[in-house]
Design a binder for this molecule. Structure first.
Ligand code: ZN
Length: 276
């Protein structure tokens, strides 16, 4: 397969690595990138020789989030994985369907891939960046990594994959959302959101070493272990919580459209830039 926004490699036996390859735009995500990511995850999932999947990124920053400059693409040109429809319907109907398909739908799909996944992250991971990192099973971060979701400044609740309470814990989730503060890798290592923190120069090797170690175990055992943990979190209500927050996210978008004529509060970008 040929890709424009990502790369796909098999750096060592049993390991596939998918790399966001748009460093000139800090790996901002447009629908093409998300669609290619999904295709690459499928390739890795279906390849019987692959046991572990690494998600990495080129450049200084893992991802600055959604590409806010991207024009809404024709959904008929993208392969779809869910049963969403009416993407071009006016009002909330079409926009909610797009975000349900491209954000919540894809992320939940990746979260449930039947093989272990490792996020290899550096630099800034902002809002939509969390949406790629959190569905992975393990997070290996370089010391310079910071995680933030400042989009309350846009007058919405947070990024569409609203896993904050599960990933950061309820109290820290509120702080990160209310203040927009960046949390660094070391702080999140202590909180259990990050598995390992290494110097930037050792990041790629550290992720690969972890992947190669995991890949020595039998595939079915790994899948069963992953599903057991995921199902425990599901029993705590994770998917219901994600869907509920996604609905509120669209209340926010709809409110902004009524008040500002845009899906996000246009003042938000100035607030975020001033605090960056
Ligand atoms: Zn949204």
């Amino acid at each position: 397969m040929s890709y424009q926004r990502i790369r796909y490699e098999e750096p060592t036996e049993g390991v596939a690595r998918i790399t966001l390859a748009r460093p000139e735009a800090a790996n901002a995500q447009d629908y093409l990138m998300l669609s290619e990511l999904n295709a690459a995850f499928d390739v890795a999932a279906r390849d019987e020789t692959v046991r572990v999947i690494i998600l990495a990124a080129d450049g200084k920053h893992f991802s600055s989030g959604h590409d806010l400059s991207a024009v809404a693409p024709d959904m008929d040109l993208l392969p779809r994985v869910g049963t969403q429809c009416h993407f071009d319907a006016p009002g909330t109907e079409g926009y909610m369907a797009r975000e349900a398909e491209m954000y919540l739908g894809l992320c939940w799909r990746w979260r449930n891939l039947p093989k272990p996944t490792i996020a290899q992250v550096q630099g800034k991971v902002i809002a939509g960046g969390l949406m790629l990192v959190w569905p992975m099973d393990i997070i290996v971060a370089s010391e310079d990594t910071t995680f933030s979701d400042p989009v309350v400044a846009f007058n919405v609740n947070g990024v569409e994959y609203f896993a904050h309470p599960f990933e950061a814990g309820a109290r820290l989730a509120k702080e990160m959302l209310f203040t927009g503060r960046s949390l660094d890798a070391e702080e999140l290592l202590q909180r259990g959101m990050v598995n390992k923190v290494v110097p930037r120069a050792k990041l790629e090797d550290a992720a690969l070493e972890m992947a190669a170690h995991i890949a020595k175990r039998p595939m079915f055992g790994l899948t069963l272990a992953k599903q057991s943990v995921n199902q425990s979190v599901d029993a705590m209500g994770m998917y219901t919580s994600l869907q509920s927050a996604f609905s509120l996210h669209h209340v926010g978008h709809s409110h902004n459209m009524e008040v500002h004529g845009k899906r996000i509060d246009p003042q938000g970008i100035e607030v975020i830039r001033a605090e960056a």
